[in-house]
Design a protein around this ligand. Structure first.
Ligand code: TYD
Ligand code: MG
Length: 455
């Protein structure tokens, strides 16, 4: 009996599959996200038709190991996030909001590598003229850089196979399409199949491929989540459009750690690396203003200082508002509960806002102490001395808990000229040497820490 080609409906947002079309995805509740696809041909009993081929396996010791060869771009903020450079044959997905600088950084990578490598830049979004203009702004030398304005992936892959460039940039995957597939540009099927085709071509020739992927309204990478699974590395470019700082974050990396971040600044002439992010994040700080506290978090391997701002105002309506930007909302509520219950500070009729300056996100519990102190300072309207820095995790009893890498944190604080550091007492024993200019104040509880900032 010949197997019949069936169609299924797949949600573009979450990948949920149904046999019938529905207006609203039962899994993620998004409207109008179902697209039709041809199902895999099955035997009459529902199993997949076998190919008859037997797979082979090797013992681990038989596999010869050589370090992955990498192209080092020399843009150290990028190289670090990639885990030490671009791995040959790897596929990197670069994502982020529109206008954040994805095309800019791709061109800058081209510029950094074009001296020794032959690079192909495929754009489906902009004309060659627009790219040339941007390249002029950044100061790209274009000896080995070829620009292609094309949206047909098959044609691009044929070009790659015949010309064998050393590196390929695709800007963006949502504009690419395979002619034979009837779905429209940017649909789940087109995006997934285009990615797959580029991936196969890149892998077979050991050519690294950078792919730009747009994000949807919710901030997820638009199109299939599966795209994140099939590529080797997913980088996310973050930052506020109207601020100049940009943070490059690894979300997935088969060839390195995902903890590293790279910090850039968007300037007139493209993205500049920020080698000293702490100084950048602290610039523009006002002294003698209540509701601000500096903390030190570890991003990847680096300690970074960040400013936490807390604003407390009487609520106009019955419900108190809580807003957290760059900090976990639930964690903010937890800290407010600790301040109320353990220290008797009343926040129930007050709105509380927490903001992390410079578009940073503080996900580490070590930021707890600075958030709590900023809120207390805001509540009492007592400024915290501008030379004080605080870090430590707060427990539900109001106790201060130890955090890792205290030495690195205090070194960074001393380097930027801070004179007093409030930290959990339990962290003091981790510290082998403390610069003379910095006074360490170990505290056991949040109450003690508040006593210190009040002087
Ligand atoms: P772009 O790389 O085109 O963003 P994406 O590809 O992520 O959509 O960057 C666009 C923004 O960056 C635009 O608002 C202008 C700004 N920009 C600069 O400020 N300086 C520059 O040198 C360049 C090239 C762009
Ligand atoms: Mg772009």
């Amino acid at each position: 009996m010949s197997p019949k080609a069936k169609t299924v409906y797949i949600c573009e947002n979450c990948g949920y599959e149904t046999a019938k079309w529905v207006g609203k995805c039962p899994n993620c509740n998004e409207w109008n996200t179902m697209t039709e696809e041809v199902a895999v041909p099955l035997k009459s009993n529902g199993t997949v038709i076998p190919t008859g081929r037997i797979a082979t396996a090797k013992s681990l010791s038989e596999i010869d190991f050589t370090e992955e060869p990498r192209f080092v771009t020399g843009i150290s903020e990028l190289d670090r996030v990639l885990g030490g450079g671009i791995v040959k044959g790897s596929v990197v997905l670069l994502s982020g909001d529109p206008g954040i600088g994805k095309s800019t950084i791709l061109l800058q990578i081209c510029n950094a590598l074009q001296k020794n490598l032959k690079i192909l830049y495929v754009s489906g979004e902009e004309s060659a003229f627009q790219i040339k203009m941007r390249a002029g702004r950044i100061g790209v030398k274009s000896d080995n850089l070829s620009i292609m304005t094309e949206t047909d992936v098959c044609a691009v892959c044929e070009y790659i196979k015949s010309q064998k460039p050393d590196l390929v940039m695709i800007d963006s995957i949502q504009t690419m399409q395979i002619e034979g597939i009837s779905s429209s540009q940017g649909s789940i099927v087109q995006v997934r199949e285009s990615t797959n085709m580029l991936l196969r071509t890149g892998k077979s020739l050991e050519i690294p491929v950078f792919i730009v992927g747009h994000v949807n309204k919710g901030g997820d990478i638009a199109g299939p989540k599966v795209m994140e699974h099939i590529v080797d590395t997913v980088l996310y470019f973050e930052g506020e459009r109207n601020q100049s700082y940009r943070i490059l974050r690894g979300i997935k990396n088969r060839f390195g750690s995902t903890n590293e971040i790279g910090v850039f600044e968007m300037t007139e002439t493209g993205l500049k690396e920020v080698e000293n992010p702490s100084a950048m994040l602290l610039s523009g700080r006002m002294s003698e203003v209540s509701g601000g506290c500096i903390t030190c978090v570890i991003e990847g391997t680096r300690p970074i200082l960040a400013e936490v701002q807390g604003l407390v105002t009487p609520s106009g309506f019955g419900n108190a508002r809580r807003t957290a930007t760059g900090f976990d909302y639930n964690r903010l509520n937890l800290l407010l509960a600790v301040l109320e219950k353990r220290l008797g500070l009343g926040f129930s009729n007050l709105d509380a806002y927490v903001n992390i300056v410079g578009g940073m996100r503080l996900d580490e519990p070590a930021a707890d102490l600075a958030v709590a102190l900023a809120l207390v300072s805001g509540l009492k309207d007592v400024p915290i001395d501008e030379n004080v820095i605080a870090f430590g995790e707060i427990g539900l009893s109001g106790e201060l808990r130890s955090v890792p890498r205290a030495q690195a944190r205090i070194n960074e604080a001393a380097r930027l000229g801070f004179t007093k550091c409030i930290l959990p007492k339990a962290c003091i024993k981790q510290i082998s040497s403390c610069p003379d200019s910095l006074e360490l104040v170990g505290v056991r509880s949040l109450g003690q820490a508040i006593g210190i900032i009040k002087g």
